[in-house]
Design a protein around this ligand. Structure first.
Ligand SMILES: Nc1ncnc2c1ncn2[C@@H]1O[C@H](COP(=O)(O)OP(=O)(O)O)[C@@H](O)[C@H]1O
Ligand SMILES: N[C@@H](CC(=O)OP(=O)(O)O)C(=O)O
Length: 446
């Protein structure tokens, strides 16, 4: 079972590498593909172009330029791989159908457009493999019975899909399966969260009970820190599912955090590898791993957070205080990521984009009134840094070492939280300190 990300499918050169990787091992039987990704830093992903196109079509704006940009990307691939008229006509027909279909609402239309990126790519890649002598079948997620909830942009798998997907094992040829979407019970295409082709790969791996889920991307391994911040960070050779779940949720964009559960459920090892350097061993992710020398396995960051600080004298003696605070947040549709507490105070850490300016005052007033609090205020522009490692649970002094490294750089820690399992600690800092903090922590731990 293998998945190739958008960077591995960005043009004909990349697709030739993909063919060689698939041909090199007959166990690479099911191939999940993303839509063509970026060829260079400032390039646009097909998925982003499709989102733009859907909005322009919906708003009645001029969309020819965007449509042409999408056609051009596929045309280059068709040309580079000499796929001929058959491929060009297939693509043209699919796009026409997409544009002329009736949609009940914009969410449905947007998801149909987004899904078409992977779907067209899967059809082209199946054609390409067949033309190069590798018998391959394109499979439509609808035909395979990959059912999901009707939550556009945030689909959740319906468990009955696993039994349907098991039947893919009976297909003798290689299978090319589009990632990123499934079908609702009403027969509509619904996408997972962005980056969701990883989820499709994990779901299929579970469905067919694969021995291994290989996830091909554009880096040699998962690194101890984001390579866009640290120059040539150390590679992580082995991660546990728990570590990966913490790190991917906290900012390791290389593997989607929702893709872990299906793999964990069937205990399938995951290997993250590089399409541009397939001989390199990559990073293995399994349930358990041999204990390492280092207490911290990796560190992730993500920005765009804020904290709502609530203070009340004798808070800890009040039964149900935390419940009431969370109830107000839930009423406003805001999900709380972390909840560090003190004796008379607590902070609710949330994603910043969940609270708009119009809502702010009402939320703060309601929290203050409902909780009879002494003080309620927001701290905005926060970055969360997560240090993760199985060995941290049994090591003394990890937090102290991290705090010393930050203090030496005169970086103020706004919040601190340790997970109950002991395998992660979280710091919230001001966004302006993010890069300095990551560098200081990297130096201290690696
Ligand atoms: N800790 C990390 N280790 C490896 N890559 C990381 C890490 N954090 C962020 N990344 C980024 O993730 C990218 C790969 O993920 P993504 O762009 O989704 O790839 P794909 O197109 O293959 O799905 C890398 O190019 C890298 O910039
Ligand atoms: N193409 C989709 C799904 C995906 O997983 O893409 P990638 O493999 O390029 O991260 C997106 O951009 O969100």
């Amino acid at each position: 079972m293998v998945k190739f990300g958008g960077s591995s499918l960005a043009d004909g050169v990349q697709l030739n590498k993909v063919l060689n990787i698939v041909k090199a091992d007959k166990e690479r039987k099911i191939i999940v593909v993303s839509a063509p990704g970026k060829r260079f830093e400032k390039d646009e992903k097909i998925t982003d172009l499709l989102i733009k196109l859907a909005m322009q079509v919906h708003d009645g704006l001029e969309y020819t330029q965007t449509l042409n940009a999408i056609k051009e990307r596929y045309a280059i691939i068709i040309d580079q791989l000499s796929l001929g008229r058959e491929a060009a006509e297939l693509l043209e027909g699919n796009l026409q159908q997409l544009l002329s279909a009736d949609y009940d609402n914009f969410s449905e239309q947007l998801d149909a457009f987004k899904a078409s990126g992977e779907d067209n790519n899967a059809q082209l890649i199946a054609l390409f493999f067949n033309k190069r002598g590798l018998p391959t079948r394109y499979i439509d997620p609808k035909k395979a019975g990959l059912y999901v909830s009707d939550d556009p942009g945030h689909a959740q798998l319906l468990p009955e899909s696993y039994a349907n997907l098991q039947k893919l094992r009976e297909i003798p040829e290689r299978i090319v399966f589009p990632g990123f979407f499934g079908v609702s019970k009403g027969g509509k295409r619904v996408t997972f969260a962005r980056g969701g082709s990883d989820i499709t790969g994990a779901v299929l791996a579970n469905g067919v009970q694969a021995d291994l889920y290989e996830n091909f991307t554009d880096v040699d391994a998962i690194y101890t820190a984001n390579p866009q911040i640290i120059h040539q960070p150390k590679k992580i050779h082995h991660l546990t599912y728990r570590e990966m779940r913490e790190l991917s949720y906290a900012g390791f964009s290389v593997f989607h955090h929702e893709a872990l559960r299906p793999a964990i459920m069937a205990n399938i090892p995951i290997e993250v590898k590089n399409t541009n350097n397939p001989a390199s061993p990559g990073t293995l992710i399994t349930k358990e791993k041999p204990l390492e020398a280092n207490d911290v396995t990796g560190m992730a960051t993500s920005h765009g957070f804020e904290s709502i600080y609530i203070a009340k004298y004798l808070m800890n003696d009040e039964v149900g205080f935390g419940f009431s605070a969370l109830e107000v947040m839930a009423k406003h549709g805001i999900s709380v990521e972390h909840m560090p507490t003190g004796i008379d105070e607590m902070s609710l850490v949330v994603k910043e984009n969940q609270i708009n300016n119009a809502q702010e005052q009402a939320l703060l007033t309601e929290l203050k009134g409902q909780l009879n609090a002494d003080d309620v205020h927001r701290q905005t522009n926060l970055t969360l840094i997560m240090l993760v490692g199985e060995k941290m649970a049994t090591t003394i002094g990890t937090a102290a070492k991290a705090m010393t490294a930050l203090a030496n750089e005169k970086i103020e820690i706004r919040l601190f939280n340790q997970s109950s399992s002991g395998i992660s600690i979280m710091f919230a800092l001001e966004e302006k300190d993010e890069k300095k903090a990551i560098r200081a922590l990297y130096k201290a731990f690696f």
